[in-house]
Ligand binder design. Structure first.
Ligand code: FMN
Length: 349
């Protein structure tokens, strides 16, 4: 099997493990420890609740980002991406694709990322692994990924734990901040630095800021465990030992708090309903990324994805109404809406 085929096969394996091992979903998010205030007199007409916001100069209907998942040479991976793109366009939410390394190393995978035709008006986010900047990737590969999607921003994902557990993983994360900085200076669209489920810490954010990055996807612990997924492909039990490693999404949001005036932070990792989303926005998540819960619907049809997104929006707007917030500005970083947070919240901030 060539390396190209092995990237597509790896994406298939990830999906198979995710669908067959329920413990990959860790259910350890700490959103449930946060209690929002309740307004019995919200002084709002529910019909007037407005959840719209602007992202990369485009309007989102509510602050949802379909987080990076897949793409590759196989037919089913292309179908998943098409369903996600059609649903994102219909619902006017943002979409990030999975790592585009597959299409950079195998042109037959390109079609699965050719999504602008299905999603002409929404923010589409390209994606490559930051560690690939140490394996010969640079401006040229970033441009290929961006141009294919006519992307509004480029995600550079940071997945050191996953790479360490992965049998064929890339382990050289040295000197990346400099290379990220150089790339950001050459690109005409923003870079988003993103984890994949272990969270970004204050030190990561500071390094990213000094590398010129102004967008971060915190992608914390609590939902999909990449360490556990890779454990299925590895020969040792390391992936299980580290399956709950990292900052939860709430911890990462608190770590990001002091930097809110310098950057936009996306909340993701274990966000499972519209109440989690409202809590994330209150804690400073500009948009909320959700990945695994959208996978099964995406395997079915775009209308299954639309149903799921509409359900999330309904939950979001109910919670928004019940805390008395007429619009997103009234939610964002509004601490007064938090009735009770775990004692750790003060410790993190
Ligand atoms: C099937 C699947 C494939 C993924 N592939 C990628 C990827 O290629 N690049 C990336 O940055 N993140 C990838 N992720 C990580 C997600 O974007 C997200 O950061 C993580 O799963 C946490 O969100 P969740 O708990 O809502 O799933 C993938 C997630 C899933 C479920």
């Amino acid at each position: 099997m060539t390396k190209n085929h092995s990237i597509t096969q790896r994406k298939q394996d990830h999906i198979d493990f995710l669908l067959s091992d329920p413990l990959i979903e860790r259910n350890q998010r700490d959103f449930d420890l946060i209690q929002l205030t309740h307004r019995a007199l919200p002084e709002l007409d529910f019909a007037s609740v407005n959840s719209k916001l602007s992202l990369f100069s485009k309007t989102l209907d509510f602050p949802l980002l379909i987080s990076s998942m897949t793409g590759g040479a196989a037919e089913n991976l292309g179908q998943i991406n098409r369903h996600l793109a059609e649903a994102a366009e219909h619902c006017q939410v943002a979409l990030a694709v999975g790592s585009q390394r597959a299409m950079i190393e195998d042109t037959s995978a390109r079609r699965s990322f050719d999504l602008r035709q299905y999603a002409p008006s929404i923010p589409l986010l390209a994606n490559i692994g930051a560690v690939q900047l140490n394996t010969g990737y640079g401006f040229e590969q970033a441009r290929i990924a961006i141009d294919c999607l006519q992307a509004d921003a480029l995600i550079l994902h940071l997945n050191p734990l996953q790479e360490l557990i992965q049998p064929e993983g890339d382990r050289n994360f040295a000197g990346l901040a400099d290379k990220i900085h150089q790339l950001s200076q050459k690109l005409d669209i923003p870079i988003i630095l993103k984890e994949v489920g272990c969270g970004l810490s204050s030190a990561d954010i500071e390094l990213g800021l000094s590398a010129g990055i102004r967008y971060f996807d915190l992608a914390g612990r609590g939902g999909t465990s990449w360490s556990r997924i890779e454990a299925h492909r590895a020969e040792s039990d390391l992936g299980l030992v580290f399956q709950d490693w990292g900052l939860t999404t709430c911890q990462a949001l608190n770590a990001a708090r002091p930097y809110q005036d310098q950057a936009r932070f996306f909340a993701s990792g274990g966000i499972r309903n519209g109440i989690d989303m409202v809590k994330s926005v209150i804690m400073g998540g500009y948009v909320c990324g959700i990945a695994a819960p959208l996978l099964r619907p995406a395997m079915l049809s775009s209308s299954a994805v639309i149903d799921k997104i509409q359900h999330l929006k309904q939950e979001f707007q109910l919670a928004q109404f019940l805390v008395g917030a007429a619009n997103i500005e009234s939610l964002f970083l509004n601490d007064a809406l938090i009735l009770r947070a775990p004692s750790g919240r003060q410790v993190y901030s």
